[in-house]
Design a protein around this ligand. Structure first.
Ligand code: NAD
Length: 539
């Protein structure tokens, strides 16, 4: 293979090919091309990306160094100056082309997502819809949101106030592995539309999917270097990234959020931290039970439960507790687990050995302390090394780790309640506050109940994808689930610096010289303020 300057020849395809795992449309040539997109400036040690379905190696990628991060940010900074001067329509055209290419090439994208994450194809498809939905939405609204706006002037009639939004510059992104494509692109779209450059550090396990997105953006016309990817470990590259950029955007665990937030605070740069959850679902006595059971199965076991907004606790009204549990357990038992790239599987694999170990430990801890396993609770090495059966528990108490800690696996526990107040109190009893779901025949009253739950997104009579899909509204966490919001106007404005320009066509707004002048000025101003408060149409 030809050696590119600054590139080791071994990145890309796995060295032990041919592999036994079917890789669908993901050819070795594609893996090589994706690896060549990485912003490395020298020969680096390689790390392996394993296929969760079998444990085989998918490919090798360079463990970038902090100097690669600095170089990527410098390049993005140069490109950003040009990009910020392009017309909005030009930026929008590139992103819409990306949208169309993504829909055309979705099969290749899903093959790669599945090979890196181990999720079932139906769950990989969520990433395609989610990404396309965000791109279309922001392309259509960003220009209006960012347009200079006239605001209320301080001196009505003689002055004007304008609000402008400027790009912050270069934004750093740190992404997790559970939505390899969606979380590589979702926040990047508004960031680019607002005129910024960007550097992304994806999780090591799912870097090929992020590189696939970069490759497609370049094909769609994004200027080379405006957005780059550095691959490698978080502790090795994260600090250098936060050190260099003008804003940092992390999606990951609360523990990493604290580290990144602290560093951003020291630099006085803005940050948004999208962190974990321990999301509750409430089933009221009047709920359509078939719908609630289906919603629970989807909400708990999508992506083998490795979904930040997924359900990990279900509270069911005592009057419908038995029928709900009976149906939910029956349907959970029927879920087909499979390590395949076709559409047949209901649930796929956990993504890493570390994640499997965490699930096993937390379920064992609960069982040892007295929790009852209603179904699941077993590894399925016969299907693949990291498979774990969808698991439903009962009798979970606060001393068990999985009572309040995020499992991030196919594990949910169920409890009963009698009143709405009790349901809300139980739903709010963890330090997290990311998402929640309520099932009820009375939508109005369920919506009111939702406002008492301390969670950033609550879905009524549906599972979490509906909440994620509401891209015109902010999404993010309360309490330890995060800082800041993605989606909606907030999700775009965070990538800008607001600037206010005020003018005055009347006399200079300052007290005249001398004591008498200052007293007169104070009298006139006091009178004006007293009158102003009584004019209803002037805020
Ligand atoms: P993690 O925090 O360990 O890793 C996430 C990213 O941070 C990875 O790219 C990792 O390399 C990087 N990282 C790790 N240590 C770092 C450090 N010291 N400095 C800088 N970067 C560092 O999280 P994880 O456990 O791998 O991912 C799952 C978590 O992400 C779960 O808690 C899940 O709920 C959360 N999540 C949240 C959302 C959301 O929208 N709120 C979405 C998806 C996942």
């Amino acid at each position: 293979m030809e050696t590119m300057p600054g590139k080791a020849p071994t990145y890309g395809r796995a060295p032990q090919s041919p592999r036994r795992t079917p890789t669908g449309r993901v050819s070795e040539a594609l893996l090589d091309r994706l690896a060549s997109r990485i912003a490395t400036q020298g020969i680096r040690d390689a790390f392996e990306v394993r296929i969760p379905f079998t444990g085989e190696t998918l490919g090798l990628l360079p463990a970038c160094a902090p100097e690669d991060v600095r170089h990527a940010v410098r390049t993005a900074r140069e490109e950003q100056l040009r990009w910020a001067r392009t017309r909005y329509e030009e930026r929008a055209k590139i992103l819409l082309r990306f949208h169309d290419l993504l829909l055309d090439r979705q099969e290749e994208a899903m093959d790669l997502i599945q090979l890196e994450s181990g999720k079932a194809r139906r769950h990989a498809f969520e990433e395609v819809i989610g990404t396309a939905n965000t791109v279309r939405y922001y392309v259509n609204v960003a220009e209006r949101i960012l347009r200079p706006r006239k605001r209320q002037p301080p001196l009505p009639g003689i002055s004007t106030t304008w609000q402008y939004h400027h790009p912050v510059g270069v934004v750093g992104f740190i992404a997790p592995w559970n939505f390899p494509l969606l979380l590589a692109v979702d926040d990047l779209v508004p960031c680019l539309l607002a005129g910024n450059g960007a550097v992304l550090k994806p999780d090591e396990q799912t870097s090929f999917s992020a590189l696939w997105a970069l490759d497609l953006l370049l094909e769609a016309g994004l200027p080379f270097g405006l957005f780059s990817i550095v691959t490698g470990s978080g502790p090795a590259l994260g600090p250098a990234l936060v050190e260099e950029v003008d804003y940092i955007c992390l999606t990951g665990s609360a523990a990493t959020g604290r580290i990144v937030g602290r560093q951003a605070g020291e630099r006085l740069i803005g940050c948004s931290l999208e962190l974990g959850g321990k999301n509750p679902m409430i089933v009221r006595a009047d709920a359509d039970l078939d719908r609630a059971v289906k919603g629970a199965v989807w909400g708990c076991f999508t992506g083998a439960g490795q979904v930040c907004m997924g359900i990990e606790r279900i509270y069911v009204h005592r009057n419908v507790y038995e029928p709900f549990v009976e149906r939910f357990v029956r349907q959970t038992r029927q879920l087909r687990l499979s390590a395949s790239l076709d559409w047949g599987a209901d649930v796929g694999s956990l993504t890493t050995e570390r994640q499997l170990r965490k699930v096993v430990e937390m379920v064992d801890d609960a069982v040892q302390k007295g929790a009852r396993v209603l179904c699941g609770g077993r590894r399925r090495e016969d299907i693949g090394p990291y498979f774990y059966e969808p698991t439903v528990l009962e009798g979970v108490t606060p001393e068990m780790r999985l009572h309040s800690e995020e499992v991030f696996g196919p594990v949910v526990w169920i409890d009963a309640f009698l009143t709405d107040e009790e349901a809300v109190q139980k739903a709010n009893q963890t330090p997290y506050g990311l998402a929640a779901a309520i099932y009820s025949a009375d939508v109005e009253s369920a919506r009111n109940l939702a406002t008492w739950i301390r969670a950033g997104t609550v879905t009524v009579n549906d599972a979490y994808p509906l909440g994620w899909g509401a891209v015109d509204a902010p999404m993010g966490g309360m309490k330890t689930s995060g800082v800041g919001r993605r989606h909606g106007e907030e999700g775009l404005r965070r990538f800008t610096q607001a600037q206010t320009v005020v003018d005055n066509r009347g006399p200079l707004f300052a007290p005249p010289a001398g004591e008498a002048g200052a007293r007169r000025f104070a009298r006139v101003m006091t009178g004006l303020l007293r009158t102003w408060r009584r004019i209803p149409f002037l805020p």
